[in-house]
Each structure stands twice: as structure tokens, then as C-alpha cells.
Design a protein around this ligand. Structure first.
Ligand SMILES: [Zn+2]
Length: 115
């Protein structure tokens, strides 16, 4: 899977942020990123941080879920993107599909969707 649409990319980042924060999905009965094959890989890498309000990327702790999610999106969109790309690469390695394409994100809309 290669994420090509900006809308999807920002939804994936915000739904991953919500998932890490232990919140229910914002996009229907399934978490948005669970639509994609990478979700299993992402979950396996982040599951120990789920619901702890403890940033997996910089070890910062948060009291409020909303500020935790905003932090994840504001500070770590690139880290989340890289994780998605890394998982893509793991899945696509045999197919030799290039997943290095940049996922462009509208930060403002991602934060808005996640909160
Ligand atoms: Zn952080």
C-alpha cells in the first residue's frame, strides 16, 4: 500500500495518534488506519504505548489526552509518516514497490480531525 492522497495521509496520522492515546476511532467503526495493510505492523510497533499518554517518540508525558494528540500531530507527524513508510517497506519489500513517496499532510486539518 502506498498512501498517495493527502486526505488519507492526514486521516491516517490523526487516527494513529488517537489510537496511541487510547481513544475510540474518529472515522467510523474501525480506526481509519486499520483500512490499510500496514495497521498490523504499526500496532505491533506502538502497542506498548497505547493508552498511556506517554509519547513513543520523545518520552514526554501528558496529563490531558487532547494535548497528547495535538503533540503527536504537531511534533511527530514526520515520525508517524516514517513509521507508516517503514511498515510499507516491510510489506512491499518483495514486490519492490517504492514507498518512499512523501506523504503530505495538512497539519491543521489533521489536528482538527483528531480532537
Ligand atoms: Zn513526543
Amino acid at each position: 500500500m502506498v498512501i498517495t492522497r493527502e486526505r488519507d495521509a492526514s486521516r491516517i496520522v490523526s487516527s494513529i495518534a488517537r489510537w496511541i492515546a487510547g481513544l475510540k476511532p474518529a472515522f467510523g467503526s474501525k480506526f481509519y488506519f486499520e483500512k490499510y495493510g500496514v495497521s498490523k505492523c504499526i500496532k505491533s510497533k506502538l502497542s506498548s504505548f497505547k493508552g498511556r499518554k506517554f509519547c513513543p517518540f520523545c518520552n514526554k508525558e501528558f496529563k490531558r489526552i487532547s494535548s497528547f494528540i495535538a503533540h503527536l500531530i504537531r511534533v511527530h507527524t514526520k515520525d508517524i509518516e516514517n513509521l507508516v513508510i517503514k511498515c510499507n517497506n516491510e510489506i512491499c519489500r518483495e514486490k519492490r514497490v517504492s514507498s518512499r513517496r512523501t506523504i503530505s499532510i495538512t497539519l491543521k486539518s489533521a489536528i482538527k480531525k483528531a480532537l
